[in-house]
Design a protein. Structure first.
Length: 175
């Protein structure tokens, strides 16, 4: 790349288990940066939503078409030269690797609050298809990003504004 050429804005995947704050952080980040936002849960096939609503965890075969839809959204943002933020649990390294096929410099942000907070949030949710009973399965499946992945983990409970500032600083420094 020549010095006068600018890199396209990044696409950020806000990842993690249910009730970690993916949607809240992702939507706020997209608003702040003026980028498109996509709630990854909305890309699940109906069969996946029904399975989770019935308290059954998804397996890799269930997740495949969903991950393809998430990757398609990422590829569309990249092709348009636009930044974007999408939520996706991306619990396993293999899932993140699959998404990176759509864009190699994909950035991942993992809100990683304490388990007690996750349990309190998920128990208090209403109208979401993901029952509290699936949190244990997600916690067992979660493979936190490795040092060689472009990823930021936000641990603890920093608050919305502090988390946004942390993500913005990280994106600026990791470009």
């Amino acid at each position: 790349m020549r010095a006068h050429e600018q890199q396209p804005p990044p696409v950020v995947v806000v990842m993690g288990v249910s009730a970690s704050g993916k949607s809240t952080l992702g939507a706020a980040l997209a608003r702040r940066l003026g980028w498109a936002f996509q709630e990854g849960d909305d890309l699940h096939p109906a069969a996946n939503v029904a399975k989770m609503a019935a308290g059954q965890p998804l397996d890799d075969a269930d997740r495949a078409p969903w991950l393809d839809r998430v990757a398609d959204w990422i590829a569309q943002r990249s092709a348009a030269g636009e930044g974007g933020v999408i939520t996706c649990s991306a619990l396993k390294r293999a899932y993140r690797d699959r998404l990176r096929l759509a864009r190699s410099d994909l950035a991942f942000v993992l809100p990683d609050p304490p388990e007690a907070l996750l349990r309190a949030r998920i128990a208090g949710r209403r109208g979401h298809f993901m029952p509290p009973s699936l949190l244990d399965s997600q916690l067992r499946t979660l493979q936190r990003p490795e040092p060689d992945e472009r990823a930021l983990a936000i641990t603890g409970e920093p608050g919305a504004d502090a988390a946004l500032e942390q993500v913005e600083r990280w994106l600026a420094s990791s470009a």
